[in-house]
Design a protein around this ligand. Structure first.
Ligand SMILES: [Zn+2]
Length: 284
């Protein structure tokens, strides 16, 4: 179990100082992480629930996960114009869940949409994006006068395929929903072994700053915290199965103290049920 480690990590989540060089809209606020690097955080009470990112290489700007709606994405496009001097050339989708990427339906001249093949396929099935696509099934390095950016497809994990964005000089990592901070993740489409393996791969990058798919900016230890959560869900469901418990019996398992302060507590039981059902289907 990972509860002890989690207790230590709960007090370590960093809060980056806000900078004067930020802009916002009714959908989000921006937080500067360095010259030409921003996390875009959703505002409560809006349909926008996931984090987006802005990275300026000095000649080109990358837009990461442009939100759930084209209206919010259009505001994000305007924010980029105010915050950077480089045109948007790449829109990055970290995975195929619609809350992160449906805003890529907006028109951005000369930009292309980059994602793992499965993510692009699920986005294409939902709606057409006017952007030409580029499937990434490995690693792509973009270099500019300000910085180097690594796009890394990590395979199946939280979604059917995930892609992260790493700034090696700044040791700054955008994870998509492979990591969420301060809230329960959704594991419905997750594959725990591969998800955990991806988190180890990301730990090996040695990031100092972790920008999760949801929640505040964190640090490298938050990768371990996410792995511990998956380990705990896995252990609890396996223990229930070994004890001959059924799906209905999972309602008697309360949220552990370690996660008592996390948002979206109803997801805890949902995650137990989802993983229990998956494990049971594999043993039949
Ligand atoms: Zn997701």
């Amino acid at each position: 179990m990972c509860f002890a480690l989690m207790l230590a990590l709960l007090s370590s989540t960093s809060t980056f100082p806000l900078s004067a060089q930020t802009v916002g809209s009714k959908h989000f606020r921006t937080q500067r992480l360095g010259e030409g690097v921003y996390v875009v955080l959703p505002l409560a009470g809006t349909r926008t629930v996931c984090n987006a990112g802005i990275i300026d290489t000095g000649t080109e700007t990358l837009l990461i996960d442009p939100f759930v709606s084209e209206e919010a994405a259009a505001d994000l496009r305007t924010a980029v114009q105010q915050l950077t001097t480089s045109p948007i050339r790449y829109v990055i989708t970290t995975h195929g869940h619609h809350q992160h990427g449906s805003g890529s339906g907006i028109s951005i001249p000369e930009a292309r949409l980059i994602g793992a093949p499965a993510a692009l396929a699920s986005m294409a099935a939902r709606s057409a994006s006017p952007l030409p696509t580029m499937a990434l099934d490995g690693r792509l390095t973009l270099r500019g006068p300000l910085r180097t950016v690594d796009l890394i497809a990590t395979g199946r994990g939280h979604g059917t395929s995930d892609l992260v964005v790493f700034l090696p000089a700044e040791r700054l990592l955008f994870t998509g929903d492979l990591v969420v901070i301060g809230m329960h993740p959704s594991v419905t489409d997750g594959e725990f072994a591969q998800w955990t393996s991806s988190l180890r791969q990301l730990e090996a990058l040695g990031p100092d700053v972790v920008i999760p798919g949801r929640g505040p900016v964190g640090e490298g230890d938050d990768l371990r915290a996410m792995a511990c959560y998956l380990q705990d869900i896995d252990a609890m469901t396996r223990a229930a199965a070994t004890a001959g418990k059924g799906l209905h019996d999972l309602t008697t398992i309360g949220v552990p103290m370690t996660y008592a302060e996390w948002e979206h507590p109803s997801l805890f039981l949902e995650n137990l049920r989802s993983w229990f059902t998956r494990l049971r289907s594999r043993t039949r």
